[in-house]
Design a protein around this ligand. Sequence first.
Ligand code: ADP
Ligand code: ZN
Length: 641
Amino acid sequence: MQSGTITALSSTRPVTPSASIPSASDSAATILHDVFGYGAFRDAQGEIVDHLIGGGDALVLMPTGGGKSLCYQVPAIARHRAGRGVALVVSPLIALMHDQVGALEEAGVHAAFLNSTLSFDETQTIEREMMSGRLVLLYVAPERLSTPRMLAQLDSLNERGLLSLFAIDEAHCVSQWGHDFREDYLSLNVLHERYPQVPRIALTATADDLTRADIIERLALSDARVFISSFDRPNIRYAVVEKDDARRQLLRFIHDEHDGDAGIVYCQSRKKVDDTAAWLCTEGVNALPYHAGLDAALRRRHQDRFLRDEGVVMVATIAFGMGIDKPDVRFVAHMDLPKNIESYYQETGRAGRDGLPADAWMAYGLADVVNQRRMIDESPAAEEFKRGQRGKLDALLSLAEAHDCRRVRLLAYFGEASSPCAPHQHACDNCLNPPATWDATEAARKALSCIYRFHQNGGQRFGAVHLIDVLRGKMTEKVTQNGHASLSTFGIGVDIGDAQWRVVLRQLIALGFVQTEGEYNTLELTASAREVLRGEVQLLLREPSAKRSKAAAKTSRGKAKPPPVPLDAAGLARFAALKSWRGLVAREHNLPAYVVFNDATLAEMAQEAPETLDDLSDISGVGAKKLEAYGRELLRVLGGG
Ligand code: ADP
Ligand code: ZN
């Protein structure tokens, strides 16, 4: 398939503008089943779809992988079948439109995109399809929508009643609060002004109140019905490990749990991206780098390989990821602490969109706390803004330091009450393996009073290394120089090892009792340190997890990775055969493999081993068009032929 050209016109029907909208719910359920091959709507999907088919506006807040696309695709098809013409989908990422359109065509839905990658001829063909009202869905970049040419075309469609709906994907791009802000999104309110009768749906996975209010205001959605889904991602396991040798820890994690899986590894700097990717490659991992410093063509090539090939690990800065809707990303790893919980949630959310088990893994240590704090301190922003950033960082740090359920904390941050991981959820590390805690109140008081003594003794400040040396009573050069052997706190902490002191210190910084200052990260007490010194707060800290994680690693090492659903030997063989068949088809169609069928669908086929077309059509994800196109082939593959 060539980009943008229309190959499948099978679902188009003659345009009959007079036809009335069919009964919303049964037509929607039929479309869901026949076109997409799914048995039921998920959560609010059904309600949203009905609301749109009925002509209402909607704002949809749904987590990544929740199934936002169907919320506008099903109404677009229903309204098109009722003679309402074309749905416009505004999406900021032109690089992905090709695959989104490809997926619809695979399902037999007449769709296309308009963006700067098309030739003049291709653009003309698509514009003709649009103007005739034959097209069901048209994806456009926001900057194109407000051009005079496009608006004139939309005017003409609107006059003929052929604008079925507007979908504004990644709607948080309209908010200046987020880092995804796009100027072009601001002009999207033109849609409401010019075409007030056309239903609109705005969708986002960004959950906070500020962003929500911004979307409603800037897109003139005050009359829209707001649908807020639970932001829980039950198939994601959240885990935080203490940084020890982070690269080795990452490699062990990939080897033990995700050998051959697709994943994303986030690093803070470009250099670290390059180094980590190169190192993983020498260790036999199929890794590629991605950051804004690589030239556009190379970036594009790496993104394509990530989307199309199986099992690529993308090592990237946060420049990578928005709109990446590859459903079978099995893990997202953070080598550095993200800025705040919003970023953490958005980045980890790219794992497991297909609903199969996936991991959000983060390595975290003292340096992360110090670096993130320093980045805020040294930024040129106004003090008020910095205060906000510090508050957000604190929330993330307490998530990282938590010894209780991480899912509960994560959801609580977004204002959602929940209980610790239940059996239908992929339990977080703390629920799976409750960490031991120890009463660190006394140790904390020792450390804090030692910092206080430094200050009393000449007003100087020192860093963590020296503090620990003094606590442990080491006669270093610096100790001698500063006469610190005579401090009352010298040697009061010999009973605790260096590593554990670092953990105590990290947690004191994370919890805001100590702050670091300047180039050398010298330590200083905060106002709240007094409460600890006076014995008013008890500090329960996580036991250092080094021993536990080694033990845990041992049990999982060497074990084969479980398939997406439990399969016996014959099932596994069918799964492998289906995957290799899918690879061939995907290459032939120049589409990512998951567009043909996703892993969940293949796994269900391998498990059920259908022998007839009828049985095959019962598998979730097998719609009428795919059944017709691939059914016989699949039965042959399943039959071992
Ligand atoms: P989002 O855009 O919200 O991240 P997608 O629209 O990409 O999510 O959907 C995520 C995955 O869930 C896709 O593979 C999609 O086909 C699947 N999906 C969505 N809705 C349903 C449903 N009702 N039944 C089964 N699978 C669904
Ligand atoms: Zn939990």
